[in-house]
Design a protein around this ligand. Sequence first.
Ligand code: EPU
Length: 420
Amino acid sequence: MESLLIKGGVPLHGEVTISGAKNAVLPIMAAALLTDEPCVIRRVPNLSDVKFMAQILEWLGATVKVKGDTVHIHAHKIKGSGDYELVRKMRGSICIMGPLLGRLKKATVSLPGGCVIGARPINLHLKGFAALGAKIRVENGYVEATAKHLTGAAMFLGGRAGSTVLGTGNVMMAATLADGVTVIESAACEPEVVDLANFLNAMGARITGAGSPTITVTGVKKLHGAEHDVIPDRIEAATYAIAAAATNGEVTLLGARADHLHAVLDKLHDCGVKIERKGSAITVSRKGSLKPIDVTTLPYSGFPTDVQAQMMALMTLTPGISIITERIFESRFMHVSELARLGADIEIEGPSAIVKGGKPLSGAPVMASDLRASAALVIAGLAAKGSTQVNRVYHLDRGYENMDQKLRKLGARIERIEES
Ligand code: EPU
């Protein structure tokens, strides 16, 4: 297994180009299953999650060819069930279910189960499929949805933590080939849902309202092949912005969408970080000390749960008390005990982490538990004095394209080593 070895204390300087969004590309690749014609997806990040999704599509019978950051998918003939081992590896693969149900009227997928950040149920996905007329059966760890035909319906997809991103996408994909009109209330408003809707519309779907809590899908008989450029990854952009602030540096994010980053940039501004925009470039710099803040994660356009851990790393460097409240995933605080190994003082009280920041961090070996926790540990390691070894770096490779290379270009002393 590989680790990242970081010699901290070097301010990051320079430009970093933001890759295509992981959480947009996964459902978009799955959407290519809705047509028997070829699709071309550009600006696809080179990530292990993308490779898993390509393997799943191939297992279902599609041809997937990767040329640089362009992926060609041709799902000429497909079967309707997802291999357990592949689906189990990546929760995001649940989004093959909507396209399979839409096109074949039958989908069998291994139940994804929980993960370290929380229980991660799929009841809302299934509620949406059932509203379209599918019969749902759960047996032997698999969930099966079958229908003679799908019929558009009005449905409410809000859950205990608000909307569901992949649930909205899944139901939207199935509804594109249903008879009649589907109205999804309490739909997720994330930019990744909008990107998926744009791709589906380019394939001939009739979707309006994506980006708002009410999405309307008017079913069509058939979808055709399409080409699409994936949106930039707002979580990757936020991660580099926070790394710049944490190291007292100055980093320009190239190709990021500031309009997808309002909540993060606003909080960074409140913290005393300088944000400048010029065209599509966003420059993040820090002059002097930081101010403590309170952050609560919420569905879009609120502060993203996927940036909570990275923000916590920054708060450990900020003199005073900051409170970070996690409202989306109940156990997304795995990074707290690892940050403590670097000297951070954080207490968990229910859904909140109370960060008593400002003490200098010092390097230590730490263990990554999930993707965003790993990013937080890298940020903390970049700011800490001495060496930090972040183990289990495969978590990072799931969602950050060439993170160590990009950081090295910004001046970081970071190398990939074999875990000792
Ligand atoms: N939920 C339910 N029932 C459902 C589905 C979700 O109760 O049927 C709950 C979840 O337990 C959670 C909340 O609703 O409390 C939101 O979960 P959501 O369904 O929106 O999450 P997701 O779609 O499975 C995507 C991203 C996650 C990101 C969340 C929230 C992908 C592949 N994954 O997951 O990304 O945290 O939305 O924004 O798009 C990551 O990139 O590190 C990551 C975990």
